[in-house]
Design a protein around this ligand. Structure first.
Ligand code: ADP
Length: 474
């Protein structure tokens, strides 16, 4: 009973096992009481009225019992009902089937009602005879409207009950047949559903297997139930998210190891040199310490980007905005980048408009953005090239552009460079990055309600322009 099949079959047939017999019982009751018995009672009543009319015009039947016997026999056989004549005092005048069994006595109330001219019709279960009992009683009135006798039409032989019983038998057979068909159909439907569910399970198990193609195919097939299409689509979605986050994790780890290994290696080399005596040579020691400081400095943006990675997984970065004099702030943060560019043998150009406003930004986050863009420009520009930083105000916005004469970005790469962990294939010739810089820069600028765009020509350089909205003049 614990298997899916057993439960499916049970859930398909159980309601029918309960509902069908219940329906059959209700139907039988309604048919018997509302139609069959009412119809019979009406029929008995009209036979009783007819017999009463006949008996009224033959007054001798009330004096001569042989005539009375003759009368009821003839009438009973023509009407196919048992007709009994009863005297006004309740005694039986003529009963053709007297030897078949006793008749129920007329109750005084019934007799009184009949003597007052009423016609009685009754249908009830007779426990003595163990049968359904229908009868009609009609008074026989003479020409002066005096009750001279009573006609009783009854079903002492239980024909009515037999009629009903055969209808019931028919109903039982029909119910059993319906049950049989319903159970067979229930089992068939449950089996079909089970087969489909098994198909679903197999497909999902396949997706879970890391070596198999991770998408369920054929969702457009016409035989697919819409619920299963939804389920499969959700599984495909989950599976591709799982795999892409798995890939991102691997990429991140690989990039991280690479990025951290380089400065660590340089630091270790410097430490070894100092241990081997370089510390005694003041100039060399200073150079080594400066080099170590530079390496640590290079680790900083990496750590900043790693910290911001959290933001790219759906957790918003908290901004701590403050009023900043854009011109002065830019000059301050660009100093170190100018040194880095020049150390790489690149020409550094900086052209900031004198009317740069005071704006409200998160200076640390924005420094991270500028750092990511300028470090990319330095990284992807071969020796001898130049980097140019320009900034200005244009109607309701301020813009900063970082231009280089580096390797440029292909149109295909341009579509992906803002994706977290994406690194261009040609960029691999240059020292490794994490593939996070642009994605984080884009996110921080978006949080400042600004935009970041790129113009680039392959082999000739790139220009990243960030725009920030200015508040309307008050
Ligand atoms: P990375 O840390 O690898 O530089 P980014 O997110 O900063 O990651 O950049 C993503 C990719 O965009 C780079 O791998 C590179 O292919 C391309 N890219 C970014 N800036 C430049 C640029 N100034 N010139 C050429 N390619 C660039």
């Amino acid at each position: 009973m614990n298997s899916l099949r057993a439960r499916l079959i049970l859930s398909h047939i159980l309601p029918q096992l309960i509902i069908l017999p219940l329906l059959a019982i209700i139907l039988a009751y309604v048919i018997e009481t509302q139609f069959l018995l009412t119809d019979l009672a009406n029929n008995f009543k009209s036979v009783a009225l007819l017999a009463a009319q006949n008996a009224a015009v033959q007054p001798t039947v009330w004096q001569d019992s042989t005539r009375a016997e003759e009368f009821v026999r003839l009438l009973s056989s023509s009407q196919k009902r048992e007709i009994i004549l009863i005297k006004p005092n309740g005694e039986v005048q003529a009963d053709p089937l007297a030897d078949m069994g006793p008749l129920t006595q007329l109750q005084p109330d019934d007799l009184a009602a009949l003597l007052s001219g009423q016609t009685l019709v009754r249908s009830q279960y007779n426990f003595d005879l163990n049968a359904m009992h229908v009868e009609a009683l009609a008074p026989v009135l003479d020409s002066r409207q005096v009750v001279i006798g009573i006609v009783r039409v009854t079903d002492r032989l239980g024909n009515v009950y037999q009629n009903i019983q055969s209808i019931r038998n028919l109903e039982i057979i029909a119910t059993l047949l319906a049950l049989l068909i319903a159970v067979a159909m229930g089992i068939w439907l449950a089996r079909r559903l089970e087969i489909r569910l098994q198909g679903v399970m197999t497909a999902i198990e396949k997706v879970a297997n890391p070596d198999s193609p991770y998408q369920i195919q054929g969702l457009q097939a016409s035989h697919m139930l819409p619920e299963f299409v939804r389920l499969f689509t959700a599984v495909n979605e989950l599976s591709s998210r799982l795999r892409s986050s798995e890939e991102a994790r691997k990429k991140l780890l690989a990039n991280l190891v690479h990025e951290v290994a380089r400065p660590l290696g340089a630091l270790q080399a410097a430490v070894h040199a100092l241990q081997r005596g370089a510390a005694d040579d003041t100039a060399l020691r200073n150079d080594l310490l400066q080099g170590m400081d530079d390496q640590i400095e290079r680790l900083k943006p990496l750590l900043d980007n790693l910290a911001s990675l959290y933001a790219l997984s759906g957790h918003p970065i908290e901004l701590h905005k403050e009023e900043v004099n854009l011109g002065k702030w830019l000059l301050d943060i660009l100093v170190t980048w100018q040194a880095a560019a020049q150390a790489r043998g690149l020409e550094w150009r900086c052209n900031l408009q004198s009317n740069l406003p005071i704006i409200s930004i998160d200076p640390d986050r924005m420094a991270q953005v500028i750092g990511n863009l300028v470090s990319n420009a330095i990284q992807y520009t071969p020796d001898g090239g130049h980097i140019q930083v320009t900034a200005g105000v244009e109607s309701d916005q301020v813009w900063i552009s970082i231009e280089d004469t580096g390797i440029g970005i292909t149109p295909e790469e341009r579509l992906r460079i803002f994706e977290p962990l994406y690194r261009g294939s040609r960029a691999r010739r240059f020292p490794q990055g994490m593939g996070l810089g642009l994605a984080i820069a884009d996110e921080i600028i978006r949080l400042h309600s600004g935009t970041l765009e790129v113009n680039s020509e392959e082999g000739r350089g790139s220009c990243f322009i960030l725009r920030l909205p200015l508040p309307p003049p008050s």
